[in-house]
Design a protein around this ligand. Structure first.
Ligand SMILES: *Cc1c(COP(=O)(O)O)cnc(C)c1O
Length: 411
């Protein structure tokens, strides 16, 4: 086999399907969020970013940047090892304590990313609890799927956000069988939210542990912002809460929070935790500062929800096909990979608006979309410009519009 030819052919096939990924070359400007410089075609353009997962702009918050600078001056750039071999810095200890208390759990554990947290926690638990059976929502993130697959545990996939189907699958096992139900709170592509209490009812009836990915909720829901489980008053019913420090917290890294013994177990047996160097102290310090701000400033969350609701309403009023979502995510359906890319390109090159096209395999074929994430720092002027530009692009490409009244009613 000519492997070089194989690589080239595979890429050519992606391109012909219109889903070859082109990264926008950005330079974020501290203090100017959500504006960034975009390096493109040999020039530099100023663009407004409308698709960042730095949902609250915390990556540039003055307290967060000051904490990172302070830590780099105090400790230098890197941690110097794995957690066990010289790489536990005091900032890691403080951050784990903060994460435990923020999530209402006895203990917490840091990972280098949210992806590694899911992969390590699920693969370790699934592989080492004797006879463990895992029940997984069909729309779970790839990091959970990979963790479950790697565990080689017996697995069942339940229909998305469907506690009745979960109940059916759980019923096939006796109470003594160890079970784990893995799901997310906010699903980031459709912006829908899991019926956490109902899933807990079913899980508890069958003596199953629960594993909740709060990656797209941490920082944004609940009185102190730890997630939807806090908002819904069901944190005590969740066995393991997992999250990221890279989205609303604005830095990088992942975590899990649970009972002291469960956290100690993953700390002691999880390869993705044990064998990887710990995050730089400046990263831990920045994340710690960000969480402290978010715990104490619910007004950031209120403004965030208002911006998202306003964007949904205003786009729908113009007939732009917004998926009615219950969360801060504003999915706009295009339904075709090539058109989705064209719409994104036009927004960028003609209107200085950056929204990345979301294509397969991130979403199913036929549901390609622009996924807009308004933040508290998007102004009314930016919103006016977004709505006008989206309408211009929809008209230019003759994309499908909804009847405005219908969309408004659905919302
Ligand atoms: C982004 C994401 C992750 C991975 O988190 P990172 O910190 O970016 O590695 C995990 N779960 C979900 C649902 C995600 O969207």
């Amino acid at each position: 086999m000519n492997t070089q030819q194989f690589f080239a052919n595979s890429i050519a096939a992606l391109k012909s399907q219109g889903r070859y990924r082109v990264f926008a070359d950005l330079e974020r400007q501290c203090g100017n969020f959500p504006v960034a410089r975009n390096y493109r075609d040999g020039a530099v353009h100023e663009v407004v970013v409308w698709c960042s997962n730095d949902y609250l702009g915390m990556g540039q918050h003055p307290d967060v940047c000051a904490a990172a600078k302070g830590a780099v001056e105090l400790c230098g750039a890197g941690a110097g090892g794995t957690r066990n071999i010289s790489g536990t810095n005091h900032y890691h200890v403080l951050l784990e304590q903060e994460l435990a208390s923020w999530n209402g759990k006895e203990a917490a554990l840091l990972f280098t990313s949210g992806y590694v947290a899911n992969q390590t926690a699920l693969s370790t638990l699934g592989a080492t609890i004797p006879g463990c059976v895992i029940f997984s929502d069909e729309l779970n993130h790839n990091s959970m799927i990979e963790g479950i697959r790697h565990s080689k545990a017996e697995k069942h996939v339940f229909r998305h956000n469907d506690p009745d189907h979960l109940e059916q699958l759980l019923s096939a096992y006796p109470k003594e069988t160890p079970k784990l139900v893995a799901f997310e709170s906010v699903y980031s592509m459709d912006g829908d939210i899991a019926p956490i209490a109902k899933i807990c009812d079913v899980a508890e009836a069958h003596n199953a542990m629960t594993y909740l990915d709060e990656v797209h909720a941490a920082g944004m829901y609940g009185a102190e912002g730890s997630g939807v489980a806090e908002r819904d008053g069901v944190r005590d019913r969740i066995t393991i809460i997992q999250g990221t420090l890279a989205k609303a917290i604005g830095v990088v890294g992942g975590y899990m929070a649970a009972s002291a013994s469960l956290v100690d177990y993953v700390r002691s047996f999880g390869p993705g935790f044990i064998f990887s160097s710990s995050m730089p102290p400046m990263v831990a310090a920045a994340a710690l500062a960000s969480i402290r701000v978010l715990r104490n400033q619910p007004d950031i969350r209120a403004r965030h929800q208002e911006r998202a609701a306003t964007a949904k309403r205003r786009l729908a009023e113009m007939g732009i096909p917004v998926l009615p979502s219950e969360s801060h995510i504003v999915p706009v359906m295009v339904g075709n990979a090539a058109q989705c890319k064209q719409a994104s390109d036009l927004l960028l090159t003609k209107h200085n608006i950056y929204v990345q096209p979301i294509n397969y395999p991130t979403v199913p074929v036929g549901t390609e979309r622009l996924r807009i994430t308004p933040t508290p720092l998007h102004t009314d002027d930016m919103m006016d410009h977004l709505v006008k530009s989206m309408v211009a692009v929809w008209d230019e490409l003759e994309l499908h519009k909804e009847h405005p009244a219908k969309v408004a009613a659905a919302e």
